[in-house]
Ligand binder design. Structure first.
Ligand code: PA5
Length: 405
């Protein structure tokens, strides 16, 4: 169960009319609210994931932006960043950059492992993704007799390059629903197939996500409160938000939040800059900035109440001031540090909002995913931004296309 604690639970947060109007204005973009879009291909997703796990040692997930961030976020949050060391079918990501070194690194895995590829692009036209696909396919052709059998395409546009490749070569095809935008698509085939291959319990993930969705049928829900609090803090001069976790495995989840809010809200001069910190690691770097920097910051801290593992640590061994604590729970220590840090940051007028998760697993990651998507939708409305488009992203594409003509 996700619990949100904001700045003032009695402050008015009446967004009913605004949201009701937006449900009409943006009706063509609201497919992420519809469970049907998750369930339609679920059986096929599970079958394909099982087939991939039974037959391949490595799967390359090739996608950019919303076409990979969510999957990577949930896989790493539930299984850790180093899970590939022990996984039977390893999962790597590509198709989100133009680095020859980065691409070479992944291509070298094709030489080592029996590999397949999931290519994800709603438009089917993203250059980073298409280059990744092209280079891996070229390597597959050198190595395997039936290269196309090793490829699954997930696309939404039946005119894009990837769809045409599917039409010409008959690879497996899953679809991105027309009314679901990239950064809101982690609970469709886009996220679910890579997650299932990485052994994420996708039924639990969807259960958490849709249990939380039910909460949003109530006008007074945690996502709307969070959106109202962000807006209120912004109006007080808090123009930067740090999403803070205390688990390194959450880093990609936090990057997903940055993408979600950055791409949705970042359409005017007056918006919140979304950033993140993984503590306690970043207390040794950006912690300084929060403690004594400009103070135009608020933080949203994710705490987890229960972990399946703990360690007994001897603090007394380090310093006399810890004398009474020769047996101390590491999880309890982390909790104390989290509370103490919030209080310390308060001295620089840094306000802390809080998200408390009971556990860190597929279910709670699903809950929190919907919490943020709903919050981002509503918050974008409060910042007068179209929550679902990204016209600014097109600008750099136009610029480089111009140079290539
Ligand atoms: O949120 C979005 O729509 C974007 O981040 C896209 O996901 C990203 O640009 C990739 O687009 P596509 O899936 O068309 O390759």
């Amino acid at each position: 169960m996700l619990t949100y604690s904001g700045i003032d639970s009695d402050a008015p947060c009446d967004l009913e009319a605004l949201v009701a109007e937006a449900q009409i204005t943006y009706k063509d973009y609201l497919g992420w609210q519809n469970p049907e879009n998750s369930l339609r291909e679920l059986d096929r997703i599970k079958e394909l994931a099982q087939f991939i796990k039974d037959n391949y040692e490595l799967v390359i997930v090739c996608g950019a932006g919303g076409s990979y961030t969510g999957a990577r976020a949930i896989i790493e949050a539930t299984d850790g960043q180093s899970a590939n060391l022990t996984r039977k079918t390893k999962v790597v990501f590509m198709g989100n950059h133009l680095s020859s070194l980065g691409l070479q690194e992944v291509l070298s895995f094709v030489d080592t492992f029996n590999t397949c590829m999931i290519v994800v692009s709603k438009s089917g036209t993203t250059i980073e993704t298409n280059i990744g696909y092209q280079l891996v396919l070229r390597r597959f052709k050198e190595k395997y007799e039936n290269p196309y059998e090793r490829i699954v395409i997930i696309t939404g546009d039946d005119t894009g390059f990837l769809y045409r490749e599917h039409a010409a070569h008959g690879m497996e095809l899953l679809t991105v629903p027309k009314d679901v935008g990239g950064r809101y698509s982690l609970h469709t085939a886009v996220g679910l197939l890579p997650m299932a291959v990485a052994d994420v319990d996708i039924d639990a993930f969807l259960a958490g996500l849709f249990d939380y969705r039910r909460l949003t049928e109530n006008a007074d829900n945690p996502s709307r409160r969070y959106a109202c609090d962000r807006r209120a803090l912004f109006l007080k001069g808090k123009t930067t938000e740090f999403l803070v976790s205390y688990d390194p495995r959450m880093e990609y989840y936090q990057k997903w939040y940055v993408q979600l809010f950055g791409e949705s809200e970042g359409k005017h001069k007056d918006v919140i800059f979304p950033s993140y910190m993984v503590n306690t690691t970043d207390l040794h770097s950006m912690g300084q900035y929060l403690q004594e920097g400009p103070g135009n910051v608020f933080e949203t801290v994710i705490d987890v109440s229960r972990y399946p593992v703990d360690f007994d640590v001897n603090l007394a061994a380090f310093d006399d001031c810890y004398q009474a604590h020769d047996h101390f729970s590491l999880n309890a220590l982390k909790r104390i540090v989290s509370r103490a840090t919030k209080e310390a940051h308060q001295k620089n007028d840094v306000t802390s909002l809080g998200i408390e998760l009971e556990r860190l697993d597929a279910y709670t990651m699903g809950e929190m995913a919907y919490f943020f998507m709903e919050a981002c939708f509503v918050s974008s409305l409060l910042f007068h931004a179209h929550p679902f488009n990204q016209p600014g992203v097109e600008e750099y594409k136009q610029e480089y296309k111009h140079r290539l003509q």
